[in-house]
Write a protein that binds this ligand. Structure first.
Ligand SMILES: Cc1cc2nc3c(=O)[nH]c(=O)nc-3n(C[C@H](O)[C@H](O)[C@H](O)COP(=O)(O)OP(=O)(O)OC[C@H]3O[C@@H](n4cnc5c(N)ncnc54)[C@H](O)[C@@H]3O)c2cc1C
Ligand code: FES
Length: 279
């Protein structure tokens, strides 16, 4: 059995400055062999611990999709020791990857359903993975209408601009991007995500909402989804509690009787309602 504490060495092939403020970099990591790739079977919503030798490790959501073979993608905000060390790494260096960890978005349960994916700021990483997975030509027919509502403070802070541009042209996905305040040259919507979600008014019938973002965005979007008729069992969220081991051993991440690293990070609103409000 695989040792869950042993990181997989991967080659950093691209260290890309994703946002205008330079605080988010996206890393493309390549497997060193086919065996290594087979040893890392992941699904959208899962995360991994990225290890920088001599600095430490930290958990990050996997932004690539299993439908994109050969590499893993992570988008990392520069906030502390590990993320800063990652930002400074040269292409060609080795990064340790421990995972895949946690549960994932319920892609089987979502088959035949309409999906509304709602993301705010840089918490769009695993949502990118999910949307890319569903947009794969082999899988697209398994899912109903796909709407993505994605917002950031300004256009320069939106992640994955290439994908967004491609989705904008694709009739198989309804992409709605929004920024907080109007700026010259912006043709998308202007307004906060809760208001834009209310305007777009996705039909709740046979639909699931999957939402990731800053707590304030979630707080104000939740009543909108409820008003639109989404039941709590069909609102899915991903938590980012502080973690250490990532495998249910150290107790750092627990909320009530649940380990966010192992039982989550993906939960329905109905499941979270059963837990103490410590997330
Ligand atoms: C499941 C999961 C997925 C994540 N996905 C991503 C991702 O895709 N991209 C990304 O940029 N970050 C993500 N994070 C958050 C990331 O793990 C933390 O920001 C981590 O602290 C970065 O490590 P560091 O060594 O750079 O920071 P540290 O030096 O450990 O900390 C820097 C500062 O951030 C604070 N901090 C540490 N962890 C958290 C936390 N979880 N919440 C709030 N404050 C914290 C510390 O108190 C300190 O002030 C994720 C976290 C989890 C649990
Ligand atoms: S991080 Fe150690 S138990 Fe969850």
């Amino acid at each position: 059995m695989k040792n869950p504490y042993l990181p997989l060495p991967m080659k950093l092939v691209k260290n890309f400055t994703e946002t205008e403020d330079k605080l988010i970099h996206t890393f493309t990591l390549q497997y060193l062999s086919e065996e290594d790739e087979k040893s890392f079977p992941y699904m959208p919503g899962q995360f991994a611990e990225l290890c920088v030798f001599g600095k430490g490790e930290a958990p990050f959501g996997i932004a690539s999709s299993p439908t994109e073979p050969g590499f893993l993608k992570f988008s990392v905000a520069k906030v502390g020791v590990v993320s800063t060390a990652l930002h400074m790494m040269e292409e060609g260096s080795t990064v340790g990857v421990r995972g895949p960890l946690g549960n994932y978005y319920p892609v089987e349960e979502l088959k035949g359903k309409n999906l509304v994916i709602i993301g705010g700021g840089f918490a769009f990483t695993t949502l990118r993975s999910l949307a890319t997975y569903m947009m794969d030509p082999v899988r697209r027919g398994d899912y109903g209408d796909l709407t993505v509502i994605y917002g950031a403070r300004n256009p320069g802070l939106l992640l994955y601009k290439e994908e967004l541009a491609a989705w904008e042209q694709n009739p198989d996905i309804n992409l709605v991007t929004t920024i907080d305040r109007a700026v010259d040259g912006w043709n998308g919507r202007v307004g906060f995500i809760p208001a834009v979600t209310e305007e777009v008014a996705p039909n709740a019938e046979n639909s699931y909402a999957i939402i990731c973002g800053p707590p304030v965005m979630i707080k104000f979007t939740m009543p909108v989804l409820e008003k639109l008729g989404f039941p709590q069992e069909r609102i899915i969220m991903s938590l980012e509690n502080r973690m250490k081991c990532g495998i249910g051993m150290c107790g750092r991440c627990n909320v009530g009787g649940k380990y966010v690293c192992k039982d989550g990070p993906v939960f329905t609103r109905a499941q979270l309602n059963e837990l103490p409000n410590e997330y």
